[in-house]
Design a protein around this ligand. Structure first.
Ligand SMILES: Cc1cc2nc3c(=O)[nH]c(=O)nc-3n(C[C@H](O)[C@H](O)[C@H](O)COP(=O)(O)O)c2cc1C
Length: 193
């Protein structure tokens, strides 16, 4: 598959089948992805992997822990919350991506962008091997309680979680905005007004 075809055809996968994902494959793809992205200095990110039933159950519990504190959600029957946690726990594997933060805005952006690049390269390499992923940045995981439970330290931030597994059917791609619609040509004697 050509690179442009790979980039075009990769889809976010939200429904995984039950085939197990091997941790060795994830490490291999992660090594390749970090190798392909060359920041030119010491790496400023780390990864937390949840692939065993126990760690998946824990991650699912952490993901819904903040939700459980919500007054309205407290009215939701326990059974329903358990079924949400069960669905999350049934995802075959998740890779949590954590980046260092830096008081210098440019440096901070650079680290975050670097971690995002690795995630995208990792998704593409995974797709080549039949592995589907969902890049998760949902509100559910954007709170201090979740950060502390997964062990994010001061001076670090959560970039996102890649939930992954094999799948039976890839969804159709959504329409994309044509590049010309986001394109301004600066004319005459000035830059954009
Ligand atoms: C930075 C980033 C954050 C994302 N966060 C979420 C998310 O929280 N929930 C979700 O369902 N999809 C998330 N996605 C996946 C996008 O919604 C997805 O890429 C989009 O629907 C286009 O589908 P495609 O990946 O199949 O082309 C995220 C993607 C990126 C790049």
């Amino acid at each position: 598959m050509s690179l442009s075809q790979l980039v075009r055809e990769r889809r976010s996968i939200r429904k995984f089948n039950k085939l197990p994902v091997s941790q060795e494959l994830i490490v291999e793809l992660l090594e390749k992805a970090t190798e392909l992205y060359e920041p030119g200095e010491a790496s400023s990110w780390r990864f937390i992997y949840a692939g065993t039933p126990e760690s998946r159950q824990r991650l699912a519990d952490y993901m819904i822990s903040k939700m459980k504190e919500n007054k309205l959600v407290k009215l939701v029957p326990n059974k329903m919350m358990d079924s949400i946690a069960k669905r999350l726990a049934e995802v075959p594997a998740s890779l949590i991506v954590v980046a260092e933060t830096d008081p210098d805005r440019r440096k901070n952006d650079e680290i975050y962008a670097g971690a995002s690049s690795i995630m995208q390269i990792f998704q593409l390499l995974g797709w080549e091997r039949g592995l589907g992923m969902l890049w998760d940045t949902e509100r559910l995981i954007q709170n201090e309680l979740f950060f502390s439970r997964i062990g994010i330290h001061e001076g670090e931030r959560l970039v996102g979680i890649l939930h992954m597994g094999y799948f039976d059917k890839a969804p159709k791609g959504r329409g994309r905005t044509a590049a010309e619609k986001k394109w301004t040509v600066s004319g005459g004697d000035g830059i954009v007004q």
